[in-house]
Design a binder for this molecule. Structure first.
Ligand SMILES: Nc1ncnc2c1ncn2[C@@H]1O[C@H](COP(=O)(O)OP(=O)(O)OP(=O)(O)O)[C@@H](O)[C@H]1O
Length: 308
């Protein structure tokens, strides 16, 4: 396993070595596919290989971010067992951490877009092996009003669905809960225009996605050139969101062609501002994130993530 060194003085050597063999697992027991047996298996494999493991189960939202922000984490790897929202919390916490450890992801959660994006293993033995191997990639993020997003930030219909999906339905039905909520909202909602100013351009549309990654909603490609391990954000602006157009975009997404669909503006961008006459719902990484106006740009944070 590789190490992330802290500020070094000669007297710190044993503390550094100690930290290098430690993994802190932060697990969200409320996430969609929470697997306690898998965590125990990962823990025992790591421990059998000389790694000291601390397993902490969260009791509330916000806890992962608070722990990740601590400058005194005695771990070279912080492994998040949860979905994209839990990973987002860790990355948000890392923003305030002058010396963040490597991030590892033990995929649980409802959609797990990041797991698809990075091709992360699902089997406990393979997850443990990846942590032990310590192969790392840079992890880039975007910022929405200063809040990091690893995968995407969006405003419009899909964010309304994220705001509107009842937690109990999500827990019972998983991804199907989003489809049901989308159908319920699709025919009754009043859509609003969004104005986007980006890199000297101005466009108007109904749904804005700022994507940092290739995947969206699971394994579906939203932009083939985007990657969380490379710098750069892409903007997708959907011109219409009437039910028929939304179904067309949905089908294009399932076919991995949404970025080529008619009525979609697609381009890389550095800085964007999304405004509207009345507030429009926003989401980051699948969790509700208030409403417009939203400023978007890339984060400068220097993070790394364990990859297979
Ligand atoms: N113990 C907890 N109780 C309630 N909420 C929690 C707890 N721990 C973390 N959370 C919050 O739950 C939110 C959603 O969790 P998470 O993303 O892990 O699962 P999910 O919603 O099932 O998956 P996905 O985001 O991939 O759809 C996170 O944003 C996090 O803030």
């Amino acid at each position: 396993m590789t190490t992330t060194d802290t500020a070094s003085t000669p007297g710190d050597v044993s503390a550094r070595e100690d930290k290098a063999r430690r993994v802190l697992i932060l697990a969200n027991p409320t996430s969609g596919g929470y697997r306690p047996e898998a965590l125990e298996e990962i823990r025992s494999i790591l421990e059998a290989n000389g790694v000291r493991v601390t397993l902490h189960l969260t009791t509330r939202a916000g806890e992962i971010g608070e722990i990740a922000a601590s400058p005194n984490l005695m771990a070279s790897v912080l492994a998040v067992a949860g979905g994209d929202g839990s990973v987002n919390e860790a990355v948000t916490g890392f923003q305030s951490n002058p010396n963040p450890p490597d991030l590892a992801v033990i995929p649980c959660g409802t959609a797990n877009v990041l797991a698809h994006e990075l091709g992360l293993p699902q089997k406990p033995a393979e997850i443990a092996r990846a942590i032990l191997n310590g192969k790392r990639a840079p992890l880039h993020a975007g910022l929405a009003n200063g809040r990091p997003f690893v995968l995407m930030a969006s405003m419009g219909f899909d964010a309304e669905v994220v705001h509107g999906v009842p937690l109990s339905l999500k827990r019972r039905l998983g991804k199907l809960a989003y489809v049901i909520t989308a159908l319920r909202l699709g025919f009754v909602r009043k859509s609003s225009d969004l104005q986007v100013e980006f890199d000297g351009r101005r466009e108007q549309g109904k749904l804005v996605v700022a994507t940092n990654g290739r995947c969206y909603g699971g394994p579906f490609t939203v932009h083939p050139d985007a990657s969380v391990t490379r710098p750069g954000l892409y903007l997708l602006l959907l011109k219409r969101d009437d039910p028929l157009s939304t179904i067309r975009f949905g089908v294009a997404l399932l076919m991995g062609r949404v970025y080529k669909a008619a009525g979609v503006v697609v381009c890389p961008f550095k800085r964007a501002t999304v405004t509207s006459l009345r507030p429009v719902a926003a989401q980051v990484d699948g969790d509700p994130f208030g409403t417009t106006p939203i400023d978007l740009c890339a984060s400068e944070a220097n993070l790394s993530i364990i990859v297979p």
